[in-house]
Design a protein around this ligand. Structure first.
Ligand code: ADP
Ligand code: DAR
Ligand code: MG
Length: 316
């Protein structure tokens, strides 16, 4: 039974009221807000996830097999690195604006426990943000492994309260698997590596999230799928991205963005959303996360990135 929280409409739209450059400008302060304020959330969900109608139901979890996805760039001409992430929320807890300081601490303890069981290539160590050296934090942020604190959108959504209490990062020995605790979502499971081997990165993420699923009960809605703080991450919650250089294609920004949109891809800057491309490196990923299984979302990204690389080759 999802506990009732006293979220208000203002709690949902506060960020969009403060940050007019927002894309959607709305977050769910607790899982129940998606039903309480369905009239405002459903049209936004339908628009962002390209046609996931209020009568549609998100499919059951289906990861499939990473081995179905060949290396996107075996000759290493275009792709700098590949990353696949998903989000999970722990059942029984609200989202950031309604979390108490105690909640943050309890969530971190709950999530930390199963991390100790991670083994083989996933084995690593957990670091609570409040006990980390600032230089170490900066090194991990610069490497794209740790979230940047003080995100202006999360701040305006009351998602940075009690910072850094309850926030932390699990990182494996080879820095190819990380878990973020209580950044934007309760849990982000992230696999990444240099190059374009999407299948291997995706498999690494699957093992990680399935390992957590043995110990934790996640917030999931029969219609919306996995529940997350931001409606853009609902459903399968997968964002599969490449850091990629496409100099010829990107030289005509309008055509570049149009081709990306045609393949349901989203273009971000090198340091993630709201950033610019540095050295011509773009973060390009699947945009849709609802109405597709995990496998289908990754397949959509694989097909789209392959098409962009093909178009780049045709330009040369
Ligand atoms: P998310 O939706 O996963 O939170 P963000 O846009 O907030 O993504 O970016 C989070 C971090 O992930 C940023 O530091 C960004 O540079 C990094 N990142 C995204 N895609 C890749 C990639 N393919 N390779 C390396 N780092 C990446
Ligand atoms: N501030 C929100 C974010 C949209 C999607 N990105 C997330 N959830 N990190 C906006 O409307 O821009
Ligand atoms: Mg982010």
């Amino acid at each position: 039974m999802t506990p009732k929280y006293c979220s208000t409409l203002l709690d949902c739209i506060r960020s969009g009221l403060c940050r007019h450059e927002s894309g959607v400008g709305i977050y769910a302060p607790d899982p129940g807000a998606y039903k309480t304020f369905a009239e405002i959330f459903d049209p936004i969900i339908e628009s962002y996830h390209t046609g996931f109608k209020h009568t549609d139901k998100h499919p059951a979890t289906c990861f499939g097999y990473g081995s179905d996805f060949p290396n996107l760039d075996p000759e290493q001409k275009f792709i700098v690195s590949t990353r696949v992430r998903c989000a999970r929320s722990v059942e029984g807890f609200p989202f950031n604006p309604c979390l108490t300081k105690r909640n943050y601490k309890d969530l971190e303890c709950l999530i930390k426990k199963p991390l100790r069981a991670l083994c083989n290539e996933h084995a690593g160590s957990y670091h609570t943000l409040g006990c980390m050296d600032s230089d170490d934090i900066q090194k991990l942020v610069d490497a794209g492994l740790l979230f940047k604190g003080k995100n202006r959108f999360l701040k305006s959504a009351n998602a940075l309260r009690y910072w850094p209490t309850g926030r932390g990062i699990f990182i494996n020995k080879t820095c190819t698997f990380v878990i973020w605790v209580n950044e934007e979502d309760h849990i982000r499971v992230i696999a990444l590596e240099k190059g374009g081997d999407l299948g291997r990165v995706y498999e690494r993420m699957i093992v990680g999230v399935e390992s957590l699923a043995h110990s934790l009960k996640f917030s999931r809605d029969a219609r919306l799928g996995n529940l997350t703080f931001c409606p853009t991450n609902l459903g399968c919650t997968i964002r599969a991205s490449v850091h990629i250089k496409l100099p010829l294609l990107a030289s005509n920004r309008r055509n570049f963005l149009e081709l990306a949109k045609k393949h349901h891809l989203q273009v971000r800057g090198t340091l993630g959303e709201y950033s610019q491309a540095l050295g011509g490196i773009y973060d390009i990923s699947n945009k849709r996360r609802m109405g597709l299984t995990e496998y289908e979302a990754v397949a959509e990204m694989h097909k789209g990135i392959s098409a962009l690389i093909e178009a780049e080759c045709e330009e040369s």
